[in-house]
Design a protein around this ligand. Sequence first.
Ligand SMILES: [Zn+2]
Length: 108
Amino acid sequence: MKPRADLALLMLALHLSGVRVRPSPTDPTRLKHRPEHLPPHLLDGLRRHKADLLALLTAGPADVQPPGRCRWCGRARWWRPAGEAGGWTCGACHPPARPEAAEWARGR
Ligand SMILES: [Zn+2]
């Protein structure tokens, strides 16, 4: 099995088991999971995919891609405050108040 597919299956298994996983608030290199006691196959999967899971969980909204086209004007030019992990805003419908402080991206 490919590692990526393996990771996706693990995340699905965790989800279906009602397990919540997040980076430890005190040590971001560690995973916290709830409930604390997991079946061995889930625990094993968590150990094997720890690095990948941490990368996914800490990626955050800063890496979220802009949407495709604006549903109101049909354009695909988006902006958000530079350096902020906020959502994307349509540049035609809602131009930024301070264009110099905006980060632009094209929708796909
Ligand atoms: Zn628009």
